[in-house]
Design a protein around this ligand. Sequence first.
Ligand SMILES: Nc1ncnc2c1ncn2[C@@H]1O[C@H](COP(=O)(O)OP(=O)(O)O)[C@@H](O)[C@H]1O
Ligand SMILES: [Mg+2]
Length: 235
Amino acid sequence: MENLIELKDVTKVYKQGGIEQYALNGVSLKIKKGEIIVILGPSGSGKTTLLNVISGLDHASAGHIYYEGKDIRKYSDRKMTHFRKKNLGFIFQTYNLLEHLNVYENVLVGSSLGGDKAAVDAIIDTVGLTKHRRKSMYQLSGGEQQRVSIARALAKNPKVMFGDEPTGALDEKTGKVVLESLVEANEKFGTTMLIITHNPGIAEIGDHVVVMNSGKIINEYENTTRTNPLDIPWG
Ligand SMILES: Nc1ncnc2c1ncn2[C@@H]1O[C@H](COP(=O)(O)OP(=O)(O)O)[C@@H](O)[C@H]1O
Ligand SMILES: [Mg+2]
């Protein structure tokens, strides 16, 4: 598989009261097209900062971030915003859905599918919500809402999907079903996925695991066989 993203010596420094703090301290990383990469580490280790600089939500202080060979740190804010809208999907711990819209309408918002009803339905089916497609968000459980947000992110056919603690607000049973939807989407659409978690069990669903501490990668390995999310240890 070819590399989709490459980071070289990426640093992020925060200055607070004259003191410099390295949220990222020389991170180098290669992400292959189509892989599920899991970023693991305790709270404060730099995971969210890493996601933010890879996705251009925040500026790195130094280093290079290449997408298919192009350094996005050279992009203007405007160009980066356009790039992000077109190519990157996001899911967060909170769902950020439109309460008064139903599943189908939430997925359609911001999608690149236009009026392609069959494509929207295929995505809703992938996350297992076909029978709920006319329900509004307040009629759905937390896990179901998170699957709507996965479907919404998929609907623009992103090059990469970023999940920052996507199961952080969910119990084990529901969280595993959400992870199952992510894996299914990866298998069906080939979407590259970067998932952040502090839950070590989740590492087993991925192809590539990166362990962080104090802004550095302290371990990195490949999983030759993915474990089905329903069978992983939790926590
Ligand atoms: N906007 C900010 N200003 C100052 N320090 C920050 C900011 N964002 C994150 N940090 C610091 O950077 C470190 C890494 O944070 P973060 O990336 O959020 O870690 P994680 O997601 O692994 O919990 C922490 O020490 C945090 O306090
Ligand atoms: Mg975080």
